[in-house]
Design a protein around this ligand. Sequence first.
Ligand SMILES: Nc1ncnc2c1ncn2[C@@H]1O[C@H](COP(=O)(O)OP(=O)(O)O)[C@@H](O)[C@H]1O
Ligand SMILES: [Mg+2]
Length: 276
Amino acid sequence: MEAIVVDDIHFSYNGVPVLKGVSFTIKMGQVVAIMGENGAGKTTLIKHFIGLLKPDVGRVLVFGTDTREASVAQLAKRVGIVFQNPDHQLFAESVEEEIFFTLENMGYTLSEAKAICDTILKTFELDRYRNRSPYSLSIGERKRLTIAAVLCYNPDVVVLDEPTAGQDYYNKSKLSRLITQLKRQGRGVVVVTHDVEFAAQTVERVILVANGQVIQDGPAQDILTDAALLQKARLLPPQIPVAASKLMANGIRLSAKPLLAGGLYTMLVEMFNHSG
Ligand SMILES: Nc1ncnc2c1ncn2[C@@H]1O[C@H](COP(=O)(O)OP(=O)(O)O)[C@@H](O)[C@H]1O
Ligand SMILES: [Mg+2]
């Protein structure tokens, strides 16, 4: 099912063009990364998903509805966006209220909201801070709280803008597993990120954006192992593809381009078994 259709959109801020003819489709059950350098237009693009910005030319359809024909609140029920800067999204006096207010807005009853709040705060390891002000949390904790405040109401599509910023290795792996779980539930997930290692572990498809246009859209396995292509979006390839090219340059013939450590390991073990 097509969740979001971006159909040849153009957008300018005060006459300065930022999006210059962008098209793609996000389907349910897909985990997609939008990647590209700072200022490429990624955040501007995802703001179009709930009608916070409307295209000057072209259209955006959310489950078949043109974003010009629905309110931001209606669209946000189906597409939950976690913005880059948590401080622009947090407003309550306590961690617990942050979740409560969101659920109340989304029409949940008090007892439903209590149960969901308990579960989600545990999932994000924020339950011990429940009575604290969101502003007393670390940046990584605040980011986790904004993610929790979107996931709590079960939007069909979850959009995460730079979710790994300020997160340590442990929380990044947890986030990666959580995204996999959302996919298994059949939801759509869009991750805006510079973090090529996180993308390699987490997403199946990459939309590469440079200079307000999509320069490539395809399987993560192909895009994240193509150093020349990544360079055009000013991204460095992940470590494993770099290691693989070094091995190839030194005469070690790998049967394919590995993206993750497991893939490289399997290829090397097979080679040694054949040569031994
Ligand atoms: N509210 C705004 N008003 C004017 N220009 C903006 C605004 N927001 C972003 N821009 C500009 O639009 C371009 C794309 O920004 P953005 O979408 O935030 O990029 P990214 O998320 O890829 O880093 C940048 O040149 C940025 O300076
Ligand atoms: Mg951005």
